[in-house]
Design a protein around this ligand. Structure first.
Ligand code: TTP
Ligand code: MG
Ligand code: MG
Length: 421
């Protein structure tokens, strides 16, 4: 890992423009120049991506589809296709991986590249410009870039360069570049923090960075200091390359070696459930599942599969089971099984929610909430031989029970507070 204290760095950020929309436009040229919205197409769906023509009407990501349709009745609404977007996303990553000294894939449409030291051989800006042109030529996708001294400033610069632009922010102009911008441009500042700061009259980065760091710390704890640093153009977080990024995995060694298929499948499903929960907790999506088995004679085999980005148990369980079935050919006693998720990027599960079942997302969120409250194993729905529908029904039942139990506990607590027993 490369941590820069005093060394001046060159960090490039790349972010595809209106990514999901741009992919749809490659597949259907008639969408070019029109207001286009991608997401769950029913009224209960949400907007994933929208073209600049739709943004003019006030449409934005994460907005309920119903509201978006009201704002822009002429918009062409398309249900998303995560498989296609994952393929294009990986195409861009492959180009970057082939050419870059050190890169990090940070979301489905974003990468950071550390170009520190490159200037000795080739101008960093020229290199970045050429890479951007190459990506556009090879994939047909518009992309914007920001080049600066660290991740925060280069990401903000890429945002300012949109659509389809390039901005370099040299060390000397970091502060003048940041000063007039809205505090909402700082990646660390989410909606909640934004409103807190806005309610105090803080609108621009200039105002924010001139507030004493200690005051922000009092207001927001450790985060306050980090935000102050970002506002001052300071960010030492390293570009993490693929190998340094952690995958999420789990293994199970049997006390007694087994060939019990029902048990193996059930265990596999519960292992997937456990690490998929971890994935969602970290707000990540995976695009590669690996299953490992070790036979009683210690022969070890692994098999992996690339998949569209997801964090859903039901999708991941099916992939793991498919891999396990392919892997387990020898009908010999098994000593250990393992599952790993890798090739992960930042992203929440709504990202692959196009199938118009908000109930499913709500179910996952409710289950994860219970897990956070009552522990990781509070809710289990894995059962090897069940169909997806049976699994869902069982999970719903468990959820119902857990909620009833929670309600009873709350009632008891209320009574206790009222009567003291
Ligand atoms: P973004 O890069 O945030 O957005 P964008 O590429 O659509 O537009 P921009 O030109 O401003 O970069 O996100 C990348 C993709 O991730 C986006 O095309 C769709 C998906 N996404 C969601 O599904 N839900 C969301 O809330 C957001 C923000 C993105
Ligand atoms: Mg984008
Ligand atoms: Mg993005």
């Amino acid at each position: 890992m490369f941590i820069a204290g005093n060394i001046e760095r060159s960090v490039l950020h790349l972010d595809l423009d209106t990514f999901f929309v741009s992919v749809e436009r490659l597949r259907n040229g008639r969408l070019i120049g029109k207001p286009v919205i991608i997401g769950g197409i029913s009224d209960r769906g949400v907007v994933s991506s929208c073209s600049y023509e739709a943004r003019k009407y006030g449409v934005s990501s994460a907005m309920p589809m119903k509201m978006a349709r009201n704002l822009c009745p002429d918009a062409i609404v398309i249900r998303g296709d995560m498989e296609a977007y994952s393929n294009y996303s990986n195409m861009v990553t492959d180009i970057i991986a082939e050419r870059s000294p050190l890169y990090e894939k940070s979301s489905i449409d974003e990468h950071y590249i550390d170009l520190t030291g490159m200037d000795r051989f080739y101008g960093c800006y020229k290199w970045s410009h050429d890479l951007r042109q190459y990506i556009i030529k090879e994939t047909g996708l518009p992309i914007s870039i920001g080049l600066s001294v660290n991740k925060t400033v280069s990401k903000i610069a890429a945002g300012e360069a949109k659509p389809n632009g390039e901005i370099e922010v040299k060390k000397e102009i970091v502060l003048p570049f940041l000063d007039p911008l809205s505090i909402s441009k700082i990646p660390m500042i989410g909606q909640k923090t934004y409103h807190v700061l806005r309610s105090m009259g803080i609108a621009t980065i200039y105002t924010l960075r001139n507030i004493p760091a200690e005051m922000l710390e009092k207001l927001m704890g450790k985060n306050g200091i980090e935000i102050w640093k970002r506002a001052n153009g300071i960010d030492h977080t390293p570009v993490m390359n693929y190998f340094e990024q952690k995958s999420i995995s789990t293994e199970h060694t049997f006390e007694k070696d087994t060939t019990d298929m029902a048990r193996l499948n059930q265990l596999l499903a519960s292992m997937v459930e456990r690490i998929a929960y971890e994935l969602r907790k970290q707000e990540k999506l995976t695009s590669c599942v690996t299953v490992k088995i070790r036979y009683s004679n210690f022969d070890t085999h692994t098999l992996q599969k690339r998949i569209p980005y997801t964090s859903f148990d039901h999708v991941l369980t099916d992939v793991a089971k498919e891999l396990f079935a392919k892997l387990y050919q020898r009908r010999m006693l098994i000593r250990l099984i393992g599952v790993r998720f890798s090739h992960m990027v930042r992203g929440v599960q709504q990202l692959d929610m196009f199938d118009d079942t908000p109930e499913k997302v709500s179910l996952y969120m409710a289950m994860d909430k219970l897990r956070r409250r009552f522990g990781r194993d509070a809710v289990r729905c894995a059962a090897g031989v069940m169909t997806a529908q049976e699994r869902e029904e069982k999970a719903l039942k468990q959820l119902e029970n857990a909620l009833t139990e929670q309600k009873m506990m709350e009632e008891r607590l209320k009574k206790y507070m009222m009567y003291g027993f």
